[in-house]
Design a protein around this ligand. Structure first.
Ligand SMILES: Cc1cc2nc3c(=O)[nH]c(=O)nc-3n(C[C@H](O)[C@H](O)[C@H](O)COP(=O)(O)OP(=O)(O)OC[C@H]3O[C@@H](n4cnc5c(N)ncnc54)[C@H](O)[C@@H]3O)c2cc1C
Length: 507
């Protein structure tokens, strides 16, 4: 079906399909049985049909860079990877309707370069991992920070191979290749797109993605706030500004360690192991001239509008005593200082990988930094943000980790992302990071919060917390899984949905 060069089973090729942040021995113990690299949708259909007939589990990946959430690995060792990276066509770009259609192998860097080289005034919204695939990141409900930051909200029209090998298009794209195919997400009747997000019900072979018209004017805005408790009023103000559409990008609030991990290592601020002490943190904040909380957001649009938005936002933020606020205009071609600026400018970058160097020097050799993330959704209230922050900060410290965290603001909720940064060759540290993230998932769940995404090893735990009406949501997912994939061959266990085995609920 595929040709020999598209079938890999040698250990060197299969090493790609592991979690690069796992202990090397653990990663080696979880190798898949093989990897298949189809070149087009017809080959995907043929492979899926054979797998369904033979009962072979397939795990699709678009880029296989799901770092901090399991990398390129499947949940169960011995699955067959369905690696879609050879399907890397930018199928179309519609400059008038500002949308593109891409195959799974297209990365943010690729589409950005294509638009630039074609001289089109269209932006993408990249995650901080600029080499991520558009389809993989979007299906995982990933996010960036421009006006188009919530990626699940800017996809439009999927082409999906179902577990029986048949193919379906969603929304207006079900009309076929017509002008409105990627102009409106919903079509007529029930909408199916959500079924294929964070799911194991189909293999997405094409996706429509809305692009942001290049704004006439861009302002990069920064704020720093001097007290830990300022997070509460800051989140209240950001919610108000976002709900009233004063801020038309996503505002990012970063802890001092997250800010400084981009440009320094922890040994610059404290010798020895253990999280930075309050005194070392205070010293770092003072010497680096940063805030306890550090805010950045972009404002986009015609110059008069962005200036008015900034005046309104600055007035509101200045109500926090001691707030330091600034804004500067940015034009294409101007320098971009690190991952933060690049994201605001819609430019894919890999500068965020600098965070992995934070533990270097205190036993961690260069190249061995890794991180495990916990990503609870936080309602956009000051009380909730402070409650989540304190809970995560305290448990992180108890496990020997710094609070490397931040909040990215949508109008009604914030993505609260905490990363436990550790040395991936140190079994003790890796185990502590896992224990911490499991404990946080449980504690945050008990406090009424749910994860937006979870590492492969914590998917059952995260899924089981959406438990209303005796896990009705998970049971519905299992019923749909049984109907569409009776052989249970697509991505068993993804997001806690196991074919024929309600494992997540039992846990
Ligand atoms: C330093 C750093 C910063 C990061 N910053 C961000 C950030 O700002 N925002 C963010 O969202 N993430 C971020 N990440 C996490 C991650 O690296 C990105 O989300 C990345 O885009 C995911 O990898 P990928 O696109 O290769 O997805 P993949 O690994 O290809 O896909 C992820 C999963 O989605 C499913 N899947 C993929 N393709 C298909 C398909 N075609 N059909 C069906 N199912 C499929 C599979 O289960 C797969 O395992 C960051 C990671 C690091 C290390």
């Amino acid at each position: 079906v595929l040709g020999e060069d598209a079938v890999r089973s040698d250990p060197a090729s299969l090493a790609r399909y592991t979690d690069p942040y796992a202990l090397p021995a653990d990663a080696a113990a979880r190798l898949p049985a093989a990897a298949l690299l189809p070149a087009d949708r017809e080959q995907v259909q043929a492979v899926v049909r054979i797998a369904a007939g033979e009962g072979i589990a397939l795990w699709p990946v678009s880029g296989g860079n799901n770092l901090a959430y399991g990398g390129g690995a499947a949940r169960t060792p011995g699955d067959v990877m369905l690696d879609l990276r050879r399907m890397d066509r930018i199928v179309s770009v519609d400059p008038a309707l500002a949308c593109a259609v891409v195959e799974p192998g297209v990365r943010y860097v690729d589409l950005h370069a294509h638009l630039r080289d074609a001289g089109l005034s269209l932006w993408i919204d990249p995650p901080a991992f600029g080499e991520g695939s558009i389809v993989g990141n979007t299906l995982e409900r990933g996010f960036g920070v421009t006006s188009y930051g919530e990626h699940a909200d800017t996809h439009c029209g999927l082409e999906v191979v179902l577990p029986d090998g048949s193919v379906v298009r969603t929304g207006m794209a079900a009309l076929g290749d017509v002008a409105s195919a990627h102009a409106r997400r919903d079509g007529y009747g029930p909408s199916f797109d959500g079924l294929f997000f964070q799911s194991n019900l189909g293999v997405v072979t094409q996706m429509g993605v809305w692009l942001m018209p290049a704004p006439e004017h861009v302002l990069f805005c920064h704020g720093s706030f001097r007290s830990e408790d300022d997070l509460g009023p800051l989140v209240e103000i950001l919610r108000d500004l976002r709900l009233h559409d004063v801020l038309n990008g996503r505002a990012v609030v970063e802890s001092p360690v997250r800010w400084m991990a981009a440009v320094s290592r922890r040994t610059a601020w404290q010798d020895g192991d253990g999280p930075l002490t309050p005194a070392a943190l205070a010293d770092m904040v003072r010497r680096a001239g940063i805030g306890w909380w550090n805010l950045r957001f972009g404002l986009y649009g015609p110059a008069g509008l962005t200036d008015a938005r900034w005046r309104t936002a600055r007035r509101a933020l200045a109500a926090i005593p001691g707030a330091r606020l600034s804004a500067r205009a940015w034009r294409p071609g101007d320098p971009l200082a690190g991952a933060g600026d690049a994201g605001l400018a819609g430019v894919p970058s890999m500068a965020a990988m600098a965070m992995l160097r934070w533990p270097e020097g205190s036993g961690c050799t260069p190249g061995n930094g890794a991180h495990l993330d916990v990503g609870p959704i936080c309602p956009a209230t000051g009380a909730d943000a402070l409650r989540q922050y304190r809970l995560v900060r305290d448990q992180a410290a108890a496990h020997g980790f710094d609070y490397y965290g931040g909040f990215t603001a949508a109008p009604r909720f914030l993505h609260h992302i905490f990363a436990a940064i550790y040395d991936r060759t140190d079994g003790g540290q890796a185990a502590r990071a896992r224990e911490l993230c499991r404990g946080l998932t449980v504690a945050l769940g008990e406090a009424g919060y749910g994860m937006y995404r979870a590492h492969l090893d914590q998917m059952d735990l995260a899924a089981a917390q959406y438990a209303a009406h005796d896990h009705a949501a998970l049971r519905l997912a299992e019923r749909i899984k049984a109907a569409l994939d009776p052989a249970g061959v697509l991505a068993p266990g993804k997001q806690g949905v196991w074919p024929g085995r309600p494992r997540a609920r039992e846990r």
